[in-house]
Design a protein around this ligand. Sequence first.
Ligand SMILES: Nc1ncnc2c1ncn2[C@@H]1O[C@H](COP(=O)(O)OP(=O)(O)OP(=O)(O)O)[C@@H](O)[C@H]1O
Length: 375
Amino acid sequence: MSKAMLNLQAVDKFYNPGSVHEVHAVQGLDMAVAEGEIVALLGSSGCGKTSTLRMIAGFEEVSKGSIQLAGRDIHRLAPAKRNVAMAFEGYSLYPPLTVQENIAFALKSQSLAKDAVARQVAEIAQLLEIEEVLERYPSSISGGQQQRVSLGRALIRSADLHLLDEPMGQLEPQLRALLRGRIKHFIKERGLTAILVTHDQTEANALADRIAVMEEGVLQQFDTPANLKNRPANLFTGAFIGEPPMNVFDAEVRSEAGRLVFGLGGGVTLDYAENEFSLALRAALLKKPQVTIGVRPHAVRITDEGAKAEITANQWLGDQTHIAARFAGGAIVSVEHDRTRYAKGETIGVALASEDLHVFDTRSGMAISHGGALA
Ligand SMILES: Nc1ncnc2c1ncn2[C@@H]1O[C@H](COP(=O)(O)OP(=O)(O)OP(=O)(O)O)[C@@H](O)[C@H]1O
């Protein structure tokens, strides 16, 4: 995974430019995808994921910037000339062709022998659990089956890049989980380069080597699932990635008798031995007296000591307990793996270890530190 297969440089997308309805859907997007890499575009509805995918495929014009694929400039080429295979969210199957013919059609340009085509179609149909509908027509199969046919038709093609738009949006959770593993294996085994659009974090984590988190047309962070979780580049990514979301609190930082003290709302203070933070980090924090701290719910420890919090909810979800409490003039959520029971109104102690603190610049939202070191 070294050579860049796809390179987006300063790509912008404007819809209805110059009119009152102008939308700046994608803003100055730089992104390089390595050969053999699976990348997920992740973000909430309207963040620009589909626009990005459609510009790469050639179904939307690039307003500004350039796109290179396999060493060629492709952003002005017609879709058919780009050597890109795409599975559409709206399926776009050929109604007069059977499922078998729809999938086989994708292999047409490869002039393969009939039995080689049949073998490949059978293999992909088995992978996607659609063998029993191969002789049927698209109009007579379910939405979930049509989606898998569309996915099969894209995956079976040999292309420089495979684009998958919400590839499993219509499928039931169990089938999704099963297919995720199979699809990843299929892509990796063949060394395909793929980009999928999803708003499902679990899907992005399970399938992708790297995830591009987008918000309001801007790429927020492009990183591995582990780094997005442990080293969020900014407050947006920190709060967006992870379930339940990261707890965040505004804080004032000061140094007091060898301790680093974070003053939160409601008179709550968190104080730590200075040496739990690097010298450079301490200097940076003390220069920015107003910060926002973030702590993942899994890292919130409930103890007899610690800052006081008042339980507002205690919910067992079958495999973990979500405990919500009033804390520091706001709310804090903790996740425990056993079936903890706290009564509403009960007072608990909350401990937040320095190694679990993410500190952000309140004004810019950019990460200052993760644990005891600068970001
Ligand atoms: N053809 C269009 N004309 C005008 N505005 C558009 C058009 N297509 C998309 N937009 C706008 O561009 C922005 C980005 O849309 P886009 O579909 O790329 O987002 P998305 O992240 O894929 O959302 P979703 O998950 O809902 O598909 C949105 O504000 C959307 O309303």
